[in-house]
Ligand binder design. Structure first.
Ligand code: MG
Ligand code: ZN
Length: 368
């Protein structure tokens, strides 16, 4: 009798020991993301993606991600967000008033994942196919009650030690009401400044301000060409010099604009261009092994649907329900260490918190 009990106790202890080992090794092995590349297709809903898929006649790069979810995009003020509140939700983890940039509804500045990456000694970068001062990229670095205060948003690029930024918007740095040229200040801070694609291609310095267009880059349909893939590769190349890792946000800005214009052809070209950048990010992440890639949108634009063309079976036609943003949830796709966190339905603000966690940053240092 006694030995039987001893045997049972021994078995329980062994089972417990094995269980404990498994749990601790699981915790120890939870991989942290050294780098995060966040790609935002502004205005990209599921229909926009599928229009790209049909045009490509093959799976998009972003469709190769196995961890998939949906992000609910309403803002603090509106059921339908704008890109200011939408960008701020993803960047800073707070719902705010439409048109606000990096501020809560009480107009208090809130730090973004880019600011926290800087605090944690990582390099940071922003790439956009719009002016770099436009709402989405600005949400990651600036604080303002209006997304339209472009010149003030440009000044905020000097207040954070961002390493690389590439986009349009040169005029907001040079042709200013206050007569200042922010390029002088950027140079003093050690940035290499380039204002054309040739300069961008040749740049080697780890601090780069590439303002390649005076205002916005043109649509793909109007000859933007290789700009986004070039900018994506350059940003990754320069940021990857940092042994501590990096945070990079890349925006396909003009998917949204084609949605506002209700132009399916332009939209599809923008989706495919954005997806090329996604492919480059995924290629890097696959080789690197320590990079988390997240692809999402800040909202859907145009209430886009793919309908049948009259009398023509199996021929799709893109139809828009509005010229504005819509309220539907948008896709989230992820690859790499921590990707499994980005599944199911989530709030757009959860994207910030999931990135913060994936980086392994100290939660007690999260000021809110
Ligand atoms: Mg945008
Ligand atoms: Zn828009």
């Amino acid at each position: 009798m006694k030995t039987r009990y001893q045997l049972i106790i021994l078995l329980v202890l062994i089972a417990g020991f094995i269980g404990a080992c498994r749990t601790t090794s699981k915790i120890a092995k939870t991989p942290k993301a050294k780098n995060i590349i966040l790609l935002i297709g502004d205005g990209m809903g599921v229909a926009q993606m599928y229009a790209g898929h049909i045009a490509k006649n093959a799976e998009l790069n972003m469709e190769s991600c196995k961890h998939i979810g949906f992000s609910r995009t309403h803002s603090a003020s509106d059921l339908i967000t704008d890109s200011g509140a939408g960008g701020t939700a993803i960047a800073c983890g707070i719902k705010t008033t439409n048109k606000f940039i990096g501020m809560n509804p009480d107009s208090v500045a809130v730090k973004s994942i880019l600011h926290y990456a800087e605090e944690n000694n990582k390099s940071t970068g922003l790439v956009a196919t719009a002016a770099i001062t436009h709402a989405t990229p600005a949400s990651f670095i600036a604080h303002n009650i209006s997304r339209y205060n472009y010149e003030a948003l440009a000044e905020d690029f000097l207040k954070t030690d961002i390493e690389v930024f590439i986009g349009g918007g040169l005029d907001h740095f040079t042709k200013r009401k206050d007569q200042k040229s922010l390029l002088t200040d950027l140079k003093a801070k050690g940035y290499q400044i380039v204002t054309d694609q040739k300069g961008l291609k040749a740049s080697k310095k780890s601090k780069l301000a590439a303002l390649v267009y005076d205002k916005h880059p043109p649509y793909m349909a109007d000859g933007r060409g290789n700009f986004l893939p070039l900018a994506t590769n350059k940003a990754i190349e320069l940021l990857n010099k940092d042994k501590n890792g990096f945070f990079l946000m890349i925006e396909g800005s003009q998917i949204d604009w084609a949605g506002h214009d209700n132009d399916s052809e332009k939209l599809i070209k923008e989706v495919l261009d954005f997806d090329e950048a996604v492919g480059l990010a995924l290629d890097f992440a696959k080789k690197d092994g320590e990079t988390l890639v997240i692809i999402t949108a800040d909202h859907e634009t145009g209430g886009y649907v793919l309908s049948n063309e009259e009398e023509k079976r199996n021929s799709l036609k893109g139809i828009f329900a509005s010229e504005h943003h819509s309220a539907v949830a948008v896709p989230v796709m992820a690859f790499g260490p921590g990707a499994e966190k980005f599944t199911g339905f989530m709030e757009n603000t959860d994207l910030f918190h999931k990135m913060y966690e994936a980086f392994g940053f100290d939660k007690s240092k999260l000021s809110r």
